[in-house]
Design a protein around this ligand. Structure first.
Ligand code: NAP
Length: 255
């Protein structure tokens, strides 16, 4: 089985490749920047926006784990049009694995809207697929909201909820899916616990002995309301076992 991992320089792509190093399979990676594992696996340049390199990347591939994504720039062009073009090169493959995000149809955010459209494009294609939605990664929420206190304070929307999950556990789940074969839309992959952002910040402050305080901010609008309501969580699918506390400990001590 030859696996293509797109987005090989990204958060999830790196975690997938890190685990594929330990397995006996043939792997091709693709992204625009050459990733860390450049000497361990074959790599080709490709750009989901222009289509450059996609034909070469798709050649002789059995399974695709598609982690390439662009949440901020040219999102519709990459997540939907570029994605549709990519699928048109993959009519020969046995399995396309699409990592998506929990709650995307209930959260009014342009990136999520385009990811939902991409799910529909994949369902309508003739390519055997698995769509698996995850909650936000521990590392993503940490770097977005808790990377650096400002003037000894975290100014955060403390009441919004997350059910963060370990990116390595999700990567492992995607690799297991390569062996299981196409599942269609499968069960969500959510973290072990729903937490308010201020609880996550409290934990970080306590564990790092930072003299920081939390300043709660709130926002108008439907996006904020949907995160207050925890539409990005799925407590019935708390399959991840690595907690946010475990993540912080490992990040701080390496253990
Ligand atoms: N982050 C989360 O908390 C989270 C949670 C659940 C699900 N997911 C899903 O998991 C997947 C991966 O997310 P991530 O957080 O790992 O993303 P990420 O760290 O931002 O990585 C994105 C990858 O896409 C590549 N990329 C960006 N623009 C590209 C382009 N035009 N052509 C080709 N490659 C391009 C980037 O590499 P280059 O710039 O080198 O090309 C990078 O390797 C996404 O589908 C996301 O929706 C993420």
């Amino acid at each position: 089985m030859r696996i293509l991992v797109t987005g090989s320089s990204g958060r999830l792509g790196s975690a997938v490749l890190n685990q594929l190093k330990e397995r006996e399979c043939s792997v091709l990676m693709t992204s625009r920047r050459k990733p860390e594992y450049g000497d361990r696996f074959d790599w080709v340049y490709s750009d989901m926006l222009t289509g450059e390199g996609l034909e070469v990347a798709a050649r002789d591939i059995d399974v695709v784990i598609h982690t390439a994504t662009s949440p901020m720039k040219k999102t519709k062009e990459i997540e939907v049009s570029g994605f549709t073009n990519f699928l048109s090169k993959l009519t020969h493959i046995k399995h396309f694995i699409y990592p998506s995000i929990v709650g995307i149809e209930d959260i009014p955010y342009h990136y999520y809207k385009h990811k939902h459209e991409a799910e529909e494009v994949l369902k309508q294609s003739n390519i055997p697929y698995t769509i698996v939605r995850a909650t936000q990664f521990h590392s993503f929420v940490d770097s977005l909201f808790l990377s650096k206190p400002f003037l000894k304070g975290y100014f955060i929307p403390g009441n919004i909820k997350f059910q963060t999950v370990d990116v390595g556990e999700f990567a492992n789940h995607l690799i297991d899916l390569t062996e299981k074969g196409p599942q269609g839309r499968t069960g969500d992959f959510a973290g072990p616990k729903v937490m308010k952002l201020r609880e996550m910040a409290d934990l970080k402050i306590g564990m790092s002995n930072e003299p920081s305080r939390i300043y709660n901010v709130s926002f108008p609008g439907k996006l904020y309301k949907s995160l207050l309501e925890g539409k990005n969580t799925n407590p019935t699918q708390n399959v991840g076992s690595v907690t946010f506390e475990d993540f912080l400990r490992k990040d701080m001590t390496g253990k």
